[in-house]
Ligand binder design. Structure first.
Ligand code: FAD
Length: 655
């Protein structure tokens, strides 16, 4: 019998970013006793870094905006591979989620007549991003945190305990989702029973028992060398779902944001928000040319300005002019920058120039883009009110993720598992529009919390039992890096342990060089070989010292997740022989309409018996094709026929 400490909850939410906190609030408000667990400090999640804003068709700045236009933009941005029902719910519900935030105390920037201000962003037809300067994520998290504290105060009044119905376990990491087993010991028909966790400070293990677990762990960017993502983004939730038996959807779609800092090397990859372009910033090459006019793809030709004059007029008169091509969806801009640099027209440090200094007065720049002003001044000694920034693509967001039911956020195939936020797949298709993540977190965070609470309520009497063997196995797995020396199967003598930091660096370099922004079949095959080798070596990832705050140990455990997820990305990217959104193949450079109907699902098949395995990297990634669900006809009717012809497969048009 395992001696690991256990606590009982109805709903456990893994992750305290925008999606996790919104899910937790909803679950608690629906009456579920809810625990939130997060790797970092409460209030420090990656969402805090979000800059530009929350996309919601509130029509505050342009009265023509509505959910249908937002839906259309989202589908176009995702090149029609979006789970259309998610895109529909998202466009319909986002305004309510923003207004709700305001009633909870969020202080958005205002229009002159006192409404929530909305700004332009790439791919959005109208100004749509509600914002707080360029620190929107911070305000979002602050507001949700405040709401959680106010719910805890209510609970204190009623029960005498702040944490009786809503508790945050900060600086704690989940390493396994636990599931029930039948009397025969089989996992068939099993459901979620809880989560296995460790406290980062003490290294102590504990179990949170619950019928519902919501995964809201964010993205995977730390598998790539150049990234805008924070240290938390090691793909944990993606891997936890895979290990629990849920499939991942379309993992080939990774967004490379066009504008990350390229200099100095220590800050390479840090984001330069799209608001810079939304507010009038332009991209130039080393010849001083606004090159984006050369890169407007056919599918967008009608919608974007064909001359600098028209593009510039659009900022003042959007109804009678078309938007400048600097505001094309991110995948298009990132590829264009990549091509300019490759053609020898880049900036001194391998990017291109992004200029606001000649476009706005200095005090407007400092007021509208305060973080960018400070970021460049402090990190690169560049004054953006007087000189151009140097920028280049950086790994930013993963569109692929846990395959979920659109309405309920339930993970496919694992009863009791839910997912929301960046970790969930489908909503953004092959490419996410800026601002659509923060709204996604709120819309689907709420839905995940609601359905997780409803599901858990069905187990008031007969809660899913936690299996002791799984708990002991998870503990052994977590302790493995402390005894990593030893022979591989078939060997007689032990080998020295591998350094987790070296393995991580090799993984990042591999993903950057071989599965990066421009992909080639041969290189991805090489990447898969390298990943297989890294998986074998990761078995011996070893650490010294003890369990009290030991970052090497934490990384050794995170490696399992990054390796599993990276393999999914590489396998799916090799399989999809076309270029679409965040997946560009040099050897298959065009979008192929036949591929619109195909989703790629990755599953982990584990010949050693799933959860019973202590080997952190056992099991194989299996890839399957699945036909997408036909888009509902009233939603298709929102588009012109000529446009649909560019995207839909032949048989879909016929249908
Ligand atoms: P997160 O906010 O990352 O939260 C993940 C949580 O999971 C954290 O609390 C973490 O500690 C926890 N966690 C992870 N693994 C574990 C584990 N194993 N155990 C326990 N806890 C775990 N989007 C927009 O819409 N608008 C913007 O303006 C915008 N700007 C951005 C700017 C930057 C610099 C970046 C990097 C992204 C930006 N994005 C923006 C994207 C957006 O911020 C993210 O997609 C979004 O915040 C993800 O939120 P989340 O709730 O899914 O995850």
């Amino acid at each position: 019998m395992s001696v690991v400490d256990r606590q009982e909850w109805d709903v456990v939410v893994v992750g305290a970013g925008g999606a996790g906190l919104r899910a937790a609030i909803e679950a608690r408000e629906r009456g579920a006793r809810t625990a939130v667990i997060c790797k970092s400090l409460f209030g420090k999640a990656h969402t805090v870094m979000a800059e530009g804003g929350i996309a919601a068709a509130m029509a505050n700045v342009n009265e023509h905006d509505n959910w249908q236009v937002h839906f259309r933009d989202t589908m176009r941005g995702g090149k029609f591979l979006n789970q259309w029902r998610m895109a529909e719910l998202h466009a319909q519900e986002a305004p309510d989620r923003v207004w709700e935030l305001e009633t909870w105390g969020a202080l958005f920037d205002r229009t002159k007549d006192g409404r929530i201000s909305q700004r332009n962003f790439g791919g959005h037809e109208y100004p749509r991003l509600a914002h707080v300067g360029d620190r929107t994520g911070l305000e979002l998290i602050r507001t949700l945190q405040q709401k959680i504290v106010s719910l805890q105060q209510e609970d204190m009044k009623e029960t005498g305990d702040y944490e009786s119905r809503l508790k945050v376990y900060q600086e704690c990491t989940v390493t396994r989702i636990l599931k029930t087993v039948s009397h025969s010991g089989s996992a068939a028909g099993s459901r979620v029973s809880g989560a296995f966790c460790y406290e980062r400070e003490s290294g102590r293990f504990f179990v949170l028992e619950a019928p519902s677990v919501v995964i809201a762990t964010g993205g995977i960017g730390k598998s790539f060398k150049v990234t805008s993502n924070s240290w938390e983004y090691t793909g944990d939730g993606h891997a936890l779902a895979l290990l629990a038996g849920a499939p991942l959807l379309n993992m080939e779609f990774v967004q490379f944001h066009p504008t990350g800092m390229v200099w100095p090397p220590s800050v390479k990859g840090i984001l330069v928000t799209e608001s810079v372009r939304g507010d009038g910033g332009v991209l130039r090459n080393s010849d001083g040319k606004r090159f984006m006019f050369e890169y407007i793809p056919d599918v967008f030709k009608e919608k974007y300005a064909q001359s600098e004059e028209e593009g510039d007029r659009w900022y003042e008169d959007p109804d009678n002019n078309r938007r400048p091509p600097e505001l094309l969806p991110r995948d298009e801009v990132a590829r264009a920058i990549n091509s300019e640099v490759k053609a020898g027209r880049g900036s001194p440090h391998g990017g291109v120039f992004l200029d606001v200094s000649t476009r706005m007065p200095a005090e407007v720049i400092r007021r509208r883009l305060p973080s960018m002003y400070h970021q460049f001044k402090e990190l690169a000694d560049v004054d953006i009110t007087a000189e151009s920034m140097e920028v280049g693509p950086t790994c930013h967001y993963v569109m692929g993720g846990i395959a979920v039911e659109s309405d309920t956020a339930a993970a496919r195939g694992v009863p009791g598992l839910f997912a929301a936020g960046e970790v969930a797949g489908g909503m953004h298709g092959s490419n996410r529009l800026g601002g659509n993540s923060l709204s996604d977190l709120l819309v689907f965070g709420r839905r995940a919390g609601l359905h997780a609470a409803e599901y858990a309520a069905g187990f008031a009497e007969d809660r899913p039992a936690v299996d002791d063997i799984q708990v002991d196995t998870a503990a052994a797995e977590a302790l493995r890096p402390f005894s990593a020396e030893g022979p591989e199967p078939g060997e007689e003598n032990g080998r020295p342990p591998e350094n987790p930091y070296t393995l991580h660096q090799e993984l990042q370099q591999t993903m950057n060089d071989l599965v990066g922004i421009i992909r080639r079949g041969g290189e991805m095959e090489q990447a898969l070989e390298k990943l297989a080798d890294l998986r074998v070596r990761a078995r011996r990832a070893g650490v010294e010292g003890h369990r009290q705050f030991n970052p090497g140990w934490h990384l050794a455990l995170d490696l399992r997740n990054m390796l599993l997820v990276s393999e999914c990305v590489a396998r799916a990217a090799l399989e999809r022989t076309e270029s679409r959104g965040g997946h560009t193949r040099e050897d298959h450079p065009t979008m192929d309409r036949a591929w619109r109907r195909i989703n790629l699902l990755c599953r982990l098949t584990d010949p050693t018996g799933g959860l019973a395995a202590t080997d952190p990297v056992a099991g194989q990634i299996d890839l399957a094709r699945e036909t997408t669900e036909p888009i509902r006809s009233d939603l298709l009717a929102l588009f012109e026929k000529e446009e649909l012809v560019k995207y839909l497969a032949e048989e879909e048009l016929y249908e």
